[in-house]
Design a protein around this ligand. Structure first.
Ligand code: ZN
Length: 154
């Protein structure tokens, strides 16, 4: 069953976290973020060069939804450009908050397994925590900011 597959993906990303650990070196940006709803915490590390996420990692503690979502996000954004990432981010938030499936050209990968979180309102912030941490870094970036202005003007 699809639901079992999704549940297993969440469990496995929580247990065997992708891109787990810290990054250091030049051009690494770091942000701490906390989900007050559930007490989940994340430290996200990003190395962005030429508007592309060259490397990403995270350290965190929290419920399985928050940690699985963090792991899935790092896989999704690594080696991608900031503009593409911003469309993923919006699409994922729509999925969680409104239960809206991504349009065809947006492939959320394993993160799709979190779609059931939509029905668990109290857990929305768990699923979104890593992406909100990402906002804190990317909101300073030009491509991301440009997009937000476009969205606002529509
Ligand atoms: Zn949580």
């Amino acid at each position: 069953m699809l639901q079992d597959l999704y549940r297993n993906l969440v469990i496995s990303h929580d247990k065997y976290r992708k891109n787990n650990g810290m990054l250091d070196g030049e051009n690494v940006q770091k942000v701490h973020y906390k989900n007050p709803t559930c007490g989940d915490v994340i430290t996200l590390y990003l190395r962005i060069e030429n508007e592309i996420v060259q490397d990403v990692s995270f350290e965190g503690e929290g419920c399985s939804i928050s940690m699985a979502s963090s792991s899935m996000m790092t896989e999704l954004i690594k080696n991608r450009d900031v503009e593409t990432i911003s469309t993923y981010r919006d699409s994922f938030e729509q999925l969680i908050r409104h239960g809206e499936k991504p349009v065809d050209n947006i492939d959320l990968g394993d993160a799709l397994a979190l779609e059931g979180v939509h029905k668990l309102r109290a857990r929305h912030n768990c699923a979104l925590m890593a992406w909100q941490a990402l906002d804190k870094i990317l909101d300073d970036g030009e491509a991301y900011r440009k997009r937000k202005e476009v969205v606002k003007s529509i």
